[in-house]
Design a protein around this ligand. Sequence first.
Ligand SMILES: [Zn+2]
Length: 323
Amino acid sequence: MTFGEHLQQTQPIAFRTITNGFVRHSPSHAYLLIGDSGTPLLETAQWIAQSLVCEHPIPTACEHCLSCERVLRGTYMDVIVIDGSTESIKKEQLENLQLEFSKSSIENSGKRVYILHHFDKTSPQAMNSILKFLEEPTPDIVAILTTTNPSRLLPTILSRCQNIRLVGQQTHALIASAVEQGVTLEDAHILANRMSTVELIVEAASDITYQELKSIVVEWFTTWAETPDLCIYQMQLSLQTHAFDRQNYALLLEIAEFGFKNRLKLEQGEPVVWETLAAILAKPATMHPEKWLALILKAKGELLSNGNGPMIMDSLLYRGYHG
Ligand SMILES: [Zn+2]
């Protein structure tokens, strides 16, 4: 699993917020990642940096190209990481950084990124020196700051950055409480990605449209197990009989995504959350869940950028079965 996929699963809101910027071709010029210790602050910062310089973005980092690899290895010249986790960040380091970035970029992407990890461990004087830099954004320079303690940052820093929160155990707690309230395990997993309270999950799980969308996905996988040749036809027929909007299509893709993730778990010998579908998911000999998950990610991106639901679904099915 790539880090982006991991982030999408474990930090769906942060993932969506960051991805939306890339889908709209307008990533932020300054990010502030806020999270408890134990959340992947530096990894997420590196993933954003990769996404900015990637040679084949999807629209975030492909995580396979040379540029993506070099960002991780720390050898991409235009991505600079200053890590305050062991020693506090000094004013001189920030001044050197600004001096370095006043010259032109070295790498082909033309983008320059600086990551200030644990930025709260910077003296107020040093913080002030970066403030001017943040206040006068240059289109090709992106700042990514991380902190476990936002209360230590100057309010002016907080207000100049796009604040993104990484959650700790919150989603797991949300799923557990939803299940206690009678929501099925699969519904809790699917809906905890988009809902922030148990009440919202309970309400969404009993929504008629949600249940219709879910049964369309179940029917799709059932047809796949029994008469795979009819999959596309059957799916088009199911969708034609409903007037789904773009939000509905997005949810449909998320339910399908969850189905493929469960198939992937089956293939990896891991327990399946969507138990009622496990027997059906096990049937098709070849399903290539990883390929489908990549296609769904792409389709979700297309949908976000004002795409047409039925057309995106058609093209997803075509690429999935014939591509
Ligand atoms: Zn890449």
